[in-house]
Ligand binder design. Sequence first.
Ligand code: AMP
Length: 504
Amino acid sequence: MSEANHLFGLIRQAMPAEPGSVRFAELEDGRHYTYQDVLDVSAWFANALVTLGVQPGDRVAVQVPKSIEALMLYLGAVRAGAVFLPLNTAYTDNELAYFMRDAEPALFVCAPERLDGLRAVAREAGVRRVETLDALTRDHSPDFADVPRAADDLATILYTSGTTGRSKGAMLTYGNLACNALVLAGHWRFTAKDVLIHALPIFHTHGLFVACNTVLMTGGSMIWLQRFDADAIIAAMPRATSMMGVPTFYTRLLADERLDAELTGKMRLFVSGSAPLSAETHKEWQVRTGHAILERYGMTETGMNTSNPYDGERRAGTVGMALPDVSLRICDPDTGVELAQGEIGVIEVKGPNVFTGYWRNPEKTAEEFRDDGYFITGDLAFIDADGYVSIVGRGKDLVISGGFNVYPAEVEAAIDALPGVAESAVIGVPHADFGEGVTAVVAPRAGAVLDEADIRTALEADLARYKLPKRVFIVDALPRNTMGKIQKTVLRETYKNAYSGDAA
Ligand code: AMP
């Protein structure tokens, strides 16, 4: 690569010839952002970082509400060679204190209303500077010479959602981000003509890297929405070509009667990821709109690993095949031996998209890589005869009941297919006889009434006895995090006593 800055150099290459007259983003307040604005405002931020003493390789931690300026700060950090560290807006002061101590950022950027409180937290944690986004845009110089960065320089630290123990900082390089965006742009046929509906948060790999880098690398544009809002998305669709979302975007839109083939007529691509999209939702979307949602699979540590094909069959309930340049294998979780096609094991991946390790945590890094360089994802899956990967659940969500492995995704798919079911989660709960009892938590569709005994009876036809839920709890909605992932840890806690005193 000859670019001075490995990532921003590629973005410059994709820049329209007249950046001042080409739209980059349409904002909700009616403003338009051109590619010239991208260059100028990211330069303001890059200049501000340098003025504040941020050196290449220094961490810039950011916890701010989603805004186009926050995205420009990311680009400013890329241009200045800083390590961008986005943080979930939901984190409390105590959680932020941990990230500050762990990452030792040279600068922490926060929302104005949290400035005073966080300055105190920062002082305790040894972080010298805390500023707001506004304070960083006082220097309006649009000239900035991008700091040279090579493919293997550190670009970002993304803290994993940390469902068990402290969250770990995944270190991703300029090369990791650039290659994944280029692969996705090619695989999903993004061009300068694309208009992407962006309603995801930007503290996570999906909304920040998958969505924004892909658009920036192809000179396309976005309709920039603060958050998911069915009205705003429906209003945007006639002007858009594509959308990237988590499964709940699709289920919520399906619940809106305005969703039909006419509304989505100009769209060319709907992508889903970050959590499993049920086969039911995939099929319903196709019936209602004529579009097959393209499901892909990735994670914080690796960016995107697999995708359903653009041209070929987008198979419901699968995450497609390994992306170009990604090597993927299914292995025995205990021995690491590669398994035969069709067998269930842990997904392991290797490729230029895979992170370099956990920040200041060489022990964890060593635990999660095999000696031959493959990263152990922790996701259990099998590959069908046509090469499609189906995820059956996280390793830690596997239920072992009476010595048998029960894969939650299989039981959830059977429950989701029953009439009146909106969604379900299957968990293992301590059980005196079985070790764990298969337990289902099910939410009904609007207006439907579900009954535990009926669900269990209906499942008998589809599932072997040992897979049948011993209890089915009916709830209004399942607990999800901001990325739409069902929080099984919360459910396991809620139902942990479901079988205490159960002699069966
Ligand atoms: P995160 O690091 O927050 O992006 O979470 C990554 C995890 O989300 C993966 O390890 C999977 O368990 C899950 N995930 C992402 N995409 C999918 C998908 N399409 N289907 C099922 N699980 C997914």
